[in-house]
Design a protein around this ligand. Sequence first.
Ligand SMILES: [Zn+2]
Length: 467
Amino acid sequence: MQIPYEEELCALADAVWETPEPGFREYKSSAAHVEFLKKHGFEVKTDVAKTGTGYEASWGSGHPVIAFLGEFDALYGMNQKADCPSYHPEDPDGMGQGCGHHMLGVGAIAAGMAYREMLKENGGSGTVKIFGCPGEESGSGKAYMARDGVFDDCDIALTWHPANFHMVCTGSSQSCIQACFHFHGVSSHAAGAPHLGRSALDAVELMDVGVNYMREHMEDSDRVHYAITNTGGKSPNVVQAEAEVRYLIRSATNPKCKKLYERVVRIAQGAALMTDTKLEVLFDEGLSNTVPNFALEDVIAKAFQTVGVPTYTAEERAYAKQFKDSFSVEDQLSDIPFGIADIMKLRENIKNSEICDYVVETIHTDHCEMGSTDVGDVSWVIPTATVNTACYSYGAGAHSWQWTAQGKSAIAHKGMIFAAKVMAESAKTLLEHPEEIKKAWDEFDKRLDGEKYECLIPKEIEPHVID
Ligand SMILES: [Zn+2]
């Protein structure tokens, strides 16, 4: 299979790498995508679900409607010189594509372009949709899009994520809610008139202590993280009138996550009571857990075999080795995802190869991986599945400078094009075998068992930048 305009697509991914932008402010990245899609005959709607930078591109008519989901946002603290195998940020405070989203978005476009050729050849009914989904790292772009019904007329969603392995992504991911807890107190002279002061910083500290005591009484799959975003200033001789802490609360399912969040809110209320301060809760974002779909995973697994793994030149392997060697063997072997059928084979490959060079077989599992993605919200609306392809050397994990560094390399491009081919081949199977779409929907209905998608973001909260 050929990806049309492969060179142009790789150049587009590189261009997005060059202009890393935060969630809901991916102006240049989104504009570059839209320009490319319009130039190639797609009809494009922008500002979908009031996300500003989110878009929906479509071509064709009628069912099946296959959606390819892309992203393009970057990460703070992930700036790194391209191809440099030691930590060398060009701007230490700058952003970088440490999660490979510059490829994620373009890979989805590439898959859509290739699938469109198949649709043309097939000559029958069928629509291809490519979604530019903003703010994955922070912002919950797809959750707003799902809440707004953007995916409602689609039959299947396919997406991918750059990774260290060529494999079907299996299992679930965590639900999460993020919110800021802002305490309002009263300032005073800390020595002269402490009795007149009410410390917001004390409230933050007491809240953190309370939550840390809660940890013993959570489920194993729960996670609670926090960052103090406002300490109330740098002067210890002033009673801090304002202070704020941001919490990220994760659990295996939406109801469990909501309950855990409510417990954290009650601890915050307790801290406000103890310190005689006022609490204000500012909701940031919320993501649903991922609903797995084994039927779709099987379609992707077959597509992996049909397309076949890319081969790597000696030069590419030497390039990858420099990055692999920046990790100990122990670390290289410590980041193996769940659901691998033959762990020994993978361990051998990690030891002997610089980059994953075979399709890693997975088992069907509902296991909930630690971490969250806004793909979860889409998976509550339509059957959804994710392809992973190796775009980086072994060893380096997501959100690392090593990922940013390798983001424009030949191995990265190969991984992106491979993912696009696997997604397009999967879509072709779904087009030619509608019974596979039915199978995916039967499983989807069984898993939801009448439960309806309920976005974790309250209705009154609109898409917004999270700083
Ligand atoms: Zn990512």
